[in-house]
Each structure stands twice: as structure tokens, then as C-alpha cells.
Design a protein around this ligand. Sequence first.
Ligand SMILES: Nc1nc(=O)c2c([nH]1)NC[C@@H]1CN(c3ccc(C(=O)N[C@@H](CCC(=O)O)C(=O)O)cc3)CN21
Ligand SMILES: CC(C)C(=O)C(=O)O
Ligand SMILES: [Mg+2]
Length: 273
Amino acid sequence: MITTHDLYTMKQNKEKITMLTAYDYPSAKQAEAAGVDTILVGDSLGMTVLGYQSTVEVTLDDMIHHAKAVRRGAPDTYVVVDMPFGSYHVSREEAVQNAIRLYQESGANAVKLEGRHIEEFIPVLVAAGVPVVGHLGLTPQSVGITGFKMQAGTKEDALELLEAVEVLEALGAVMVIVEAIPSDLAEKVSEKVDIPIIGIGAGVYTDGQVLVYHDVLKYGTDFAPKFVKQYGDFDTVGIEGIKQYVKEVKDASFPSDETTYKKKVFIDDENNS
Ligand SMILES: Nc1nc(=O)c2c([nH]1)NC[C@@H]1CN(c3ccc(C(=O)N[C@@H](CCC(=O)O)C(=O)O)cc3)CN21
Ligand SMILES: CC(C)C(=O)C(=O)O
Ligand SMILES: [Mg+2]
């Protein structure tokens, strides 16, 4: 498994860092088998595997439940887990307590938090030994305020984001995700700091890329943001497979001899009791 330190080295060596979300045992196994550098147990699981309209409904217990399954499926991959909406917004004490619980119970390598208000308690987490990943730009937990659209499109907002990344680095964050921001800003941000900047919808100049498993494989998603590229079509493969199964049960061609136990046991036969 790579370490937090390896992520810095990869940036220094200009080796792109790959990140893919995973939410359960099989997706984690696939991600590890495919050799991704890092897995994100994103709170996007609320949308991709639980069918919610946003990530706002996801709870801390949901995140722990899914992250533990991911850890079992990918024991040798660097795993980042999202702190969900509301779990780090009430007070500094509660935020730190919840982050420590998530880190400890999930077995993840780092916890990710959205926005700038996290600046007030990052040092406490870092002091406690918890690697912290930031998330700026489009922060989906604030969808009620921002909507799902490109962020930092004005000079003022771009400068603000640039400053925020520097502050996160200074406070000890190990990595920052930037989501749905202009490519030239993402490039500047990546050049400005030594910690890796991972982009989603942020162009090609970041130190790495992250996408959502279900988007990459076209698996049950109802929409695809502009920045998604589909590398597979699980929906077609899955639906075709299920249709074939249904057909074969209907016409009794399944189960066949090969899928049937054929030891003869008659309950009324003394020789076979
Ligand atoms: N399946 C999935 N993929 C994601 O990338 C993702 C999630 N879920 N859930 C959490 C957040 C939410 N994200 C989103 C959700 C919607 C758009 C979207 O509709 N974007 C429009 C732009 C709309 C506009 O600019 O007005 C697009 O066309 O890209 C973008 C990112 C990214 N994250
Ligand atoms: C989109 C990524 C960065 C994320 O936070 C998630 O999957 O929840
Ligand atoms: Mg998230």
C-alpha cells in the first residue's frame, strides 16, 4: 500500500495520482485489482448506491458501514473516507470526535472534509494523528446553497480558493480535492502547493484525477456531469444478463443438468434413506 508520504513523492516526480470511488466489497476489489493508487469512499454513495437526490442524507454510520466493506475488499490500497454532511459542522468538539471515530472504525488511511470552516479544527486532527484531505470548489454537501455547478468562476472566488488551498497545506492537510473549477485555476493551485491536488471536473493539470465508480462504468446513474467519461457499460451488461436469466427460467432451460444435484434420494425408498 502506498503511504501519505508516497503521495507527495508522486507529485514531485510528476506521476499522476489515480483515485476512484468505491462503496462496497466488490467495487473495492475491482479498484484494487485494477491498480488504482487511492480509493475514495465518497459520500456520493448516497446518490450512487442509496438512490438519494444529494449527499445531504448520508450519515456517519452509513460512511462507517460502507468504508469497512471497502477496506475488506481493498486491504492494500490507500483509502480516503468522506465525513458526511452535519458530522463536522455543529462544533469543533463534535467534528473532532466524529472524525476520529470514522478514522478508527473504518480503517481508512485519511478522512476528507469539504469547505473552509474545517480550518479551525484541522490542527487538532493532525495532532491526533489523523491524515486530513480537503475538498474545495464544488462541495456537494452545500448543494442547497451553490447548486451542482462550476465554482470559482470569478477572479475574486478564484483567489479565495487559491488562498484556501495554501491555508489547508499550512495547517497540515495531506491532499486536496478540487471539484468543478476552471482548468487554469486548477493548474495554478497545483503549482502553488507541495501537497497533491486531485481534480474532478478541474482539467488535466492537477496532480491526479478522481471519478465516481458508477460514472466510470455506467452503472445505475441517471445523469453524467460534463466531466465524466464512461469506460464501461455495466447497465447494458447487467440488464442483458438478467434478461437472459429470466428467459431461461421461464422456458425451463435453467437449471440444466450441470447446475442440478443428481443424487437420487427418495424418501419412500428404504435403500436410500
Ligand atoms: N454519480 C455521481 N458523480 C459525481 O461526480 C458526483 C456525485 N454522483 N454525487 C456527488 C457529487 C455531485 N456532483 C455533481 C452533480 C451534478 C453535476 C451537474 O449536474 N453538472 C452539470 C453542470 C450544471 C451547470 O453548470 O449548471 C454538468 O452538465 O456537468 C455536477 C457534479 C459530483 N459528485
Ligand atoms: C466526487 C468526489 C470528490 C466525492 O467527494 C464523492 O465521491 O463523494
Ligand atoms: Mg464527497
